[in-house]
Design a protein around this ligand. Structure first.
Ligand SMILES: [Cu+2]
Length: 113
């Protein structure tokens, strides 16, 4: 368990209790870096870690779906977590603050069966 906690802390994959996938998203001006871009369908925890100097948020939308999941503003140096169930598909991940998405704060997450 200690090892799993350590792995999660550095943002890599951990399959902790219940097989929940973890994805860490590091936000900076102006990029989003995902610790992994492929996860299995099912429960997932997405952590937004703001390593930048401005507040950032997170939006997640499966291509073809209407629903947008997300986290509110996270202050510089802070983190927040979102737990959700992911069905297979391609997901757009972005920051919705001002024009941050256009500036590069966007990524793709692929969820497989
Ligand atoms: Cu942003």
């Amino acid at each position: 368990m200690k090892l799993l906690a350590l792995v999660a802390a550095v943002g890599a994959l951990s399959l902790g209790g219940g097989g929940t996938a973890r994805v860490q998203v590091v936000a900076k001006e102006y990029s989003l870096a995902l610790s992994r871009v492929h996860v299995r369908a099912g429960g997932a925890t997405i952590e937004l870690a703001n390593f930048g100097q401005d507040p950032h948020d997170l939006r997640l939308q499966r291509l073809g779906a209407r629903h947008i999941a997300g986290l509110g503003l996270v202050a510089p140096g802070e983190r927040a977590e979102l737990s959700l169930k992911l069905v297979p598909g391609r997901y757009s991940v972005w920051c919705s603050v001002a024009n941050h998405r256009a500036l590069g704060m966007r990524a793709t997450l692929v969820v497989t069966r």
